[in-house]
Design a protein around this ligand. Structure first.
Ligand code: FES
Length: 107
């Protein structure tokens, strides 16, 4: 998969996952992390979205990352950053990607 392929990080903010506003706290941690991973790429290669239920309430708070369709469960604000950093690498800037492709093509 190309580094520029779009990924969606979907955080459930449904009734169960957001008990005690725990999903809101995770969102507060995630937003700057996703911004950091996107860097100066345009359009951003990772999009943070929210859902009202991901149909796995008992395992919440939950996140699903697409297109891999990988879910992360029983998250809290202290674990989410390490988990997402382990799964998603920083987006490559468009300029760096062009330079890399030109170098591959022309040696
Ligand atoms: S409320 Fe989060 S999965 Fe249902």
């Amino acid at each position: 998969m190309s580094n520029r392929a779009r990924r969606r990080v979907v955080l459930c903010r449904g009734e169960y996952c957001n008990l005690g506003r725990r999903a809101d706290k995770i969102y507060q941690k995630l937003q700057p992390l996703i911004d950091e991973l996107n860097g100066d790429t345009y359009p951003p290669c990772i999009r943070l979205e929210t859902a009202s239920c991901l149909s796995m309430c008992g395992q919440g708070p939950n996140i699903v990352v697409y297109p891999e369709d990988v879910s992360f469960n029983k998250l809290d604000e202290s674990t989410v950053e390490a988990i997402i950093r382990q799964h998603l690498s920083p987006c490559q800037s468009f300029t760096a990607e062009i330079a890399e492709n030109v170098e591959k093509k022309h040696g």
